[in-house]
Design a protein around this ligand. Sequence first.
Ligand code: FAD
Length: 456
Amino acid sequence: MGDGPGGYEGALVARQLGATVTLVSSGEIGGSAVLTDCVPSKTLIATAEAIDEAAASGYLGVQINGHPADTADFSVDLATVNKRVMELARAQSTGILASLTQAGVEIINGRGTLAEDDAVTITNGTAQTTIPADTILIATGARPRLLPEAMPDGERIFTWEQVYDLTELPRHLIVVGSGVTGAEFASAFHSLGSEVTLVSSRDQVLPGEDSDAARVLEEVFERRGLHVKARTRALSATREGDTVTVTLNDGTAIEGTHVLMAVGSLPNTEDLGLEQARVATDERGFITVDRVSRTSARHIYAAGDCTGVNMLASVAAMQGRIAMYHALGDAVSPLDASAVSSTIFTEPEIATVGLQQHDLEEGEFRGEHIMLPLRTNARAKMHGHRDGFVKLFARKGSRIVAGGVIVAPNASELIHSITLAVDNRLTVDQLAQAFTVYPSLSGSVAEAARRMHTTQ
Ligand SMILES: Cc1cc2nc3c(=O)[nH]c(=O)nc-3n(C[C@H](O)[C@H](O)[C@H](O)COP(=O)(O)OP(=O)(O)OC[C@H]3O[C@@H](n4cnc5c(N)ncnc54)[C@H](O)[C@@H]3O)c2cc1C
């Protein structure tokens, strides 16, 4: 049940292992990951990055019409950008549909609900059909949380799912929520040319993330003129004509032209028949699963955002695959949440893997860390990259790499070497001894590891 990465990756593995598979799809294959969240947002951000790079090239001596590139007036036609974004998302969806069909997965459109624990009822309009099943995988995803006093109209007040309907760049965008989604869109729209105000209820943007990384991002935001309104909660968002007003709990209000609400997600787990099938959920409605994606009911598995476990497309896909390996008796490695890598696609990117600073400070593991500023790296200097760092965590005694943080351009790519070290329990010395190219940003990963060498 569910056609996002949790569902379709699970379906492909189940077919590979010889099962008869029916996928219940709510419409277009790919789920939120492909059609509204992950794929479209990263495609939009690709345009924002192109502008950032072009503008930064002025520092490297690039001129446009005889003037330094950073003084040029870059602009985008958002309608064209969004058209490309959605074409790409639909093409991804079509590609996944082709893979599923080729693999022999039967796809039925409609909304699935559990009929006890050994059948699924699919409703599409007035049509209803019930299919028996030995194994059921629930991968129904999540949706944006809405505030009753800030309901989206899809034009001036919108959720991240509605961004791609915009045909004109917001003149002044107010982003409510400074988590990953809020920070990514604030960064991207500012690069695209909007004035942006980010409303953050916490002391620092990106609550829960590495605080040194959050500090770098705040400094970059401030330097670029992106306003952060910290320690304030948005109470309401209202629209009058072309003006929107966000009222804050400190008694002030901000006026803009558009509001993006990014205040978290809710699991799509209501009315699925979970209780009757004895599938347990937590107090927020997320389905409780173990590390092989089993729910509390026999033969029923769950994967992805509906479980609330690291809400990432990569994790949803892995949970879906693991569920089917387990259900169909194949070799299976349980999900290791401590080896999950993820990236916040701001400018600069922030990538993390494994154990983090708060784990160290809260005594989750005994170890130490090192932080190497990016500005000491020769390649970074050549490109004019000043912001960012590489941080490594190692376990005391064994010197095994426990985790890391990279704040840098393309941190999403650079983090992989640390992920390999965490996953394979490499020591800092092993990480340091592998060759890196000179000059390269990845040289800073090896250098950080080298500095953690001890002689005892
Ligand atoms: C703005 C944004 C950007 C993101 N960027 C990234 C990123 O860069 N990298 C990353 O790894 N993750 C990213 N994520 C997270 C990622 O999108 C999710 O973790 C991923 O979509 C989860 O996949 P899923 O299969 O659990 O659910 P979804 O992708 O949400 O798919 C679930 C599908 O099931 C359907 N469905 C719901 N109920 C039923 C039912 N009863 N019967 C049948 N079908 C049903 C839904 O309509 C949906 O189509 C981002 C999220 C957001 C909000």
